[in-house]
Design a protein around this ligand. Structure first.
Ligand SMILES: [Zn+2]
Ligand SMILES: [Zn+2]
Ligand SMILES: [Zn+2]
Length: 147
C-alpha cells in the first residue's frame, strides 16, 4: 500500500532533474522568487523546505533554508543549510555602493551614515547633501523676497 509520504515522495522526485553538479532542479510550480512550490497535501508549500524536513530533519523554529549551492530552484536537501534569519542575512551581504549617483565617494569625510527608526542604516553623500541644502536655502530666500 502506498503511504501518503511515499506518494508525496514519488510526486516530488518526478518534478526534479539531477544536475551534474548535484543540484536537484525543480520543474514544478515556482513562486515569484523562483522557489519551488508544492501542493497542499505536503507539510510545507515550499519545495526545498519540504525536502529538507523529509530527508534531513525538522527545520528549527524561525530558521530559514540557505542554498549553499546558490541555485534557488535547487531542492537537494544536502545543498541546504538551516540558519537563523541573522545567520542567513550574513550569508547574503548587501553590496554597499562605493559612490553616490553623482560619483562622489562614500568614504572619509564625505560619508555620513543615517539610521532610521527601523534600524536600517543608509549611506549619504555629504557633498550632495550640502548642495541640496544650498539649493533649498536659495529657493527659500527667493520665496522670502517675493513675499
Ligand atoms: Zn543545489
Ligand atoms: Zn541563502
Ligand atoms: Zn554626491
Amino acid at each position: 500500500m502506498e503511504t501518503l509520504l511515499s506518494k508525496q515522495e514519488s510526486k516530488f522526485t518526478s518534478n526534479i532533474s539531477v544536475e551534474i553538479n548535484g543540484c536537484w532542479l525543480w520543474h514544478g510550480c515556482v513562486d515569484q522568487k523562483g522557489y519551488g512550490r508544492l501542493h497542499s497535501f505536503y507539510t510545507s508549500n515550499v519545495a526545498h523546505r519540504w525536502a529538507y524536513e523529509r530527508f534531513i530533519g525538522p527545520i528549527p523554529h524561525n530558521h530559514q533554508c540557505h542554498h549553499m549551492c546558490g541555485v534557488k530552484g535547487c531542492v537537494n536537501p544536502s545543498h541546504l543549510e538551516a540558519l537563523t534569519q541573522r545567520e542567513h542575512s550574513a550569508k547574503h551581504p548587501q553590496t554597499r555602493k562605493t559612490h553616490c549617483p553623482q560619483g562622489h565617494p562614500y568614504s572619509g569625510d564625505n560619508l555620513y551614515m543615517r539610521t532610521d527608526k527601523n534600524g536600517h542604516t543608509t549611506q549619504h553623500c555629504v557633498v550632495c547633501h550640502r548642495k541640496r541644502n544650498r539649493e533649498w536655502m536659495r529657493g527659500y530666500k527667493k520665496r522670502k523676497l517675493v513675499d
